[in-house]
Design a protein around this ligand. Structure first.
Ligand SMILES: *[C@@H]1O[C@H](CO)[C@@H](O)[C@H](O)[C@H]1NC(C)=O
Ligand SMILES: *[C@@H]1O[C@H](CO)[C@@H](O)[C@H](O)[C@H]1NC(C)=O
Ligand SMILES: *[C@@H]1O[C@H](CO)[C@@H](O)[C@H](O)[C@H]1NC(C)=O
Length: 448
């Protein structure tokens, strides 16, 4: 509304011959060159202090868009919001995205937090359908507008973690198709940080939808965390995310293109294979065409020459809780604290053993011969038997382990995909999972 009325004033001034100079930059800061508006949806799916980095990445993304002039009304932020005031946070009310970094939590809109941070609400926000919970803010975009979507959490083949739940590639793709058909954008850019994030788009995103996506990893490999901080006792960022966020801070957004950013991020992300999907028709658009065209010069406050060490200490995303505990053990003050940390490590290790053994039992109860056994464990296939795979995922998620919260369990679901691809029957796979998990609920440890 505010933007519309500003533009109207400028137009009136021009038409009455009063404005002879270039219109105030403020007035055009949320506009696309061809007259549309800029919108963004920023999502951190995870919760828990050990997942600090996803919310830090998302808050940093908000600072970039806000600095470049996109108004809060046009930025939807979804995050659990349990980091800033977490008892583990040594600087209450402050979140950083790199060692000694600036506070990226300032001013972040909290549209969908805690139990409102759900895949259903995310898809509604994209479709412009007001959810019944949370702030109710949704994309109000139309066929002239540019939309930027950024997501950070754990992932697995064909799915993303999302709060206590999961978002399947097929549900996301259906929503993007609907947005495309209903002309809810002119161009859409989608960045995803997650393990196996390439599997959200590979062979699923037609060029004709005018969507350009980049992902932290390809369809079969992990993504990585970086910037372990001994004061914060956690990883402050994810490699691919930190690379694009810091690159944006360092560059003039009116001059750098998406293609250039992709090349830089891909080159600097040495831990995983950064991929691009969808149309490449507008990769020569400038970052400002999606991130906002105000204050286009490099951000010297956010980027103060700090050495780019993200990646040097990178660990696979699902290993983060264990590596964080190992790092805390090294820094422990006295025996009592060391014992406490060791106890947590033992519990986590036992939990992972339980999950691994559940999957092993399911595999062993299904597998028909040695060749199949080797094949099941040989790696992540491309998923073509999608109904079979998602039926297995749903059963495992509902009856065995909450995939939204157990990133270690996500590392093992590729075995179900292999059964489906080998032609094992959906009902047999589902029955094997049910049989193993029908036992009384497993003890659940709580990570801070
Ligand atoms: C953070 O700042 C402190 C104080 O200026 C300095 O001693 C420390 O080396 C800095 N840490 C990093 C990782 O740059
Ligand atoms: C994914 O990346 C890994 C590591 O670079 C590579 O070995 C694998 O072949 C890639 N998979 C696909 C499907 O591109
Ligand atoms: C990629 O990074 C290396 C250093 O890590 C640098 O020497 C090289 O010039 C970079 N290549 C591109 C295309 O940016």
């Amino acid at each position: 509304m505010a933007m519309n009325s500003l533009c109207l004033v400028v137009l009136m001034m021009i038409s009455t011959g009063l404005a002879l100079s270039v219109p105030d930059l403020e007035a055009v800061s949320n506009e696309v060159p061809d007259g549309g508006k800029l919108w963004a949806v920023l999502v951190a799916g995870s919760m828990g202090y050990f997942n600090y980095r996803h919310q830090a990445d998302v808050c940093h993304a908000y600072q970039i868009l806000s600095r470049h002039g996109i108004p809060d009304e046009n930025i939807v932020v979804m995050m659990f919001d349990d980091i800033a005031y977490n008892t583990m946070n040594p600087t209450p009310g402050k979140i950083i995205n790199r060692p000694n970094g600036t506070n990226v939590y300032t001013g972040v809109p909290r549209d969908y937090t805690e139990d409102d941070n759900t895949p259903e609400n995310f898809l509604s926000v994209l479709k412009g359908e007001k959810p019944t919970s949370g702030s109710g803010k949704v994309l109000g975009s139309n066929e002239n507008d540019h939309v930027f979507v950024y997501f950070a959490d754990h992932g697995a083949p064909g799915l993303l973690g999302f709060g206590n739940s999961i978002l399947k590639a097929d549900a996301l793709i259906d929503t993007l198709q609907e947005m495309s058909e209903k002309k809810r954008y002119k161009k859409l850019v989608f960045y995803v940080e997650a393990c196996e994030s390439g599997s959200m788009f590979q062979n699923l995103l037609p060029d004709s939808w005018n969507i350009y996506a980049t992902t932290a990893s390809n369809a079969t490999t992990s993504s990585y965390a970086c910037y372990y901080d001994t004061d914060y006792q956690t990883f402050l960022g994810d490699v691919y995310s930190v690379k694009w966020l810091e690159d944006t801070d360092r560059e003039n957004v009116a001059k750098e293109t998406f293609e250039k950013q992709f090349k830089i991020v891909k080159n600097q992300t040495t831990t995983s294979e950064v991929c691009q999907f969808g149309t490449l028709d507008f990769v020569n658009d400038h970052l400002a065409d999606f991130f906002g065209n105000k204050n286009t010069a490099p951000d010297e406050d956010a980027w103060d020459g700090f050495p780019d060490t993200c990646g040097a200490d990178a660990v696979e995303s699902h290993m983060v809780p264990m590596v964080s505990l190992q790092n805390r053990l090294v820094e422990a003050q006295g025996q009592e604290e060391a014992d406490e940390i060791q106890k947590e490590m033992n519990e986590l290790s036992a939990r992972w053993d339980t999950i691994r053994s559940t999957v092993q039992t399911i595999v062993n109860s299904l597998v028909e011969n040695d060749d199949d056994f080797h094949h099941v464990w040989s790696g992540t296939p491309e998923i073509s038997e999608r109904e079979c795979y998602y039926a297995a995922i749903d059963t495992f998620h509902e009856q065995c382990y909450n995939l939204g919260q157990e990133s270690f369990a996500m590392r093992l679901v590729f075995t179900f995909a292999n059964f489906c691809e080998m032609g094992y029957k959906t009902q047999d796979i589902v029955a094997a999972i049910e049989a193993e998990c029908a036992a009384p609920p497993q003890p659940k440890i709580t990570l801070v």
